[in-house]
Design a protein around this ligand. Structure first.
Ligand SMILES: [Zn+2]
Length: 364
């Protein structure tokens, strides 16, 4: 019963957030204020009253039409609200109920009665916030083939603030407050008893073993460094690969909006997830590209939705993914060598593509 009410609450919050995201999706590309004025009909300019502005319900009740002039609204508004509501519920289910990150559970009794730890709520809220930013970025990318810079810059700033407030390994006890989890030079104490690296809201710290000034993690220095590294590597990675592909293909390959999107995601999640997510985004992008080509005969592929999907999926699956590649991420020489090899391969592949296709359209 409590569980049902909790899920209903999360769904409702998601629908309301989705309603606000719709406002952002329409107004941000036009650089209009999000808070003023209230929503109005794009056709008759009549202000929409609060009872016609209830997420999901009003759209169904009015059958997607304006009460005053009868002009029909895009089903897109309804989908954004529904997708945000379902996305929030899914995220809550995985992170708080199924606890995919293995966040600490101080009171198993309470959890068995569906009263979840407040720290898990905060972790979920943090990722739900990222979800919301990614939703706006993706829909803007679909609609206008552009991701507003004001959106990604705001997101990055908020991400950096959050990284400072939620430093790795939070919500686990920090090394300074509890038993030593991560001390410089001591690889063994990185790990939980079952030989896994503790996952915080920020799954991994920016580097390991942590330098002396980070003092074992759990402080604002560690958090800020995690956020800054995520943002820098996010934007640099996309720009570097876009540059390589651009040189190989002989035309622009990845948009700057994609780089800004990954900068924002990096400030929310740290750099390791971003790198993996970037490469995994090829799969949704291929699928999406084929669908778009068949349905719309359109070969200009917006990359934002694929990146967003991949970022969230990688974060949620990090317990399964991260452990397999952990050595590579904390071994500097191996990282440099791998990036050189991958970079070289990308250039060769893109150059081959150019020869095969005679410089056809790239990903945009
Ligand atoms: Zn109207």
């Amino acid at each position: 019963m409590i569980l049902m009410l909790t899920l209903l609450f999360v769904f409702t919050v998601g629908a309301c957030v989705g309603s606000f995201l719709n406002v952002a999706i329409v107004r941000m590309p036009l650089e209009k204020s999000l808070l003023w004025p209230n929503s109005s009909c794009g056709n008759c300019l009549q202000a929409i009253s609060w009872f016609d502005n209830i997420p999901l319900i009003s759209y169904l009740w009015l059958r997607g039409r304006c009460r005053t002039c009868g002009e029909s609204y895009s089903i897109g508004y309804f989908f954004v609200e529904l997708a945000t509501a379902l996305g929030f519920v899914g995220l809550f289910w995985l992170e708080v109920i199924a606890d995919v990150h293995h966040w600490p559970c101080p009171d198993p009794m309470a959890v068995s009665m569906s009263v979840f730890p407040w720290r898990s709520w905060i972790g979920f809220g943090w990722h739900a916030l990222l979800f919301s930013f990614l939703m706006v970025a993706s829909v803007c990318d679909l609609r206008t083939r552009e991701i507003p810079l004001s959106l990604t810059l705001t997101g990055t700033l908020i991400g950096l603030i959050g990284s400072t407030l939620l430093p790795w390994p939070w919500p686990h006890e920090s090394a300074t407050a509890g038993p030593p989890i991560l001390m410089a030079g001591d690889m063994a104490s990185w790990q939980t008893p079952d030989n896994k690296l503790l996952h915080g809201v920020y799954c991994w710290p920016f580097w390991g073993p942590l330098p002396a000034w980070a003092d074992g993690g759990g402080n604002w220095q560690t958090g800020l460094a995690t956020g800054v590294c995520g943002a820098l590597i996010g934007t640099f990675l996309v720009r570097a690969i876009g540059f390589l592909f651009g040189k190989g293909l002989g035309k622009e390959a990845l948009g700057l909006g994609d780089a800004d999107l990954m900068m924002m995601a990096g400030s929310f999640l740290g750099w390791q997830i971003i790198i993996v997510a970037f490469f995994l985004s090829v799969f949704p992008a291929l699928l999406f590209g084929i669908v778009l080509l068949i349905v719309k005969r359109d070969n200009s592929l917006p990359f934002g939705p694929s990146l967003s999907l991949s970022v969230l999926a990688t974060c949620l699956a990090w317990h399964a993914i991260g452990e397999h590649i952990r050595p590579a991420f904390f071994w500097l020489e191996l990282m440099v060598a791998t990036s050189l090899v991958i970079g070289g391969m990308m250039f060769v592949i893109s150059f081959a593509l150019r020869l095969i296709r005679g410089g056809g359209a790239g990903i945009q």
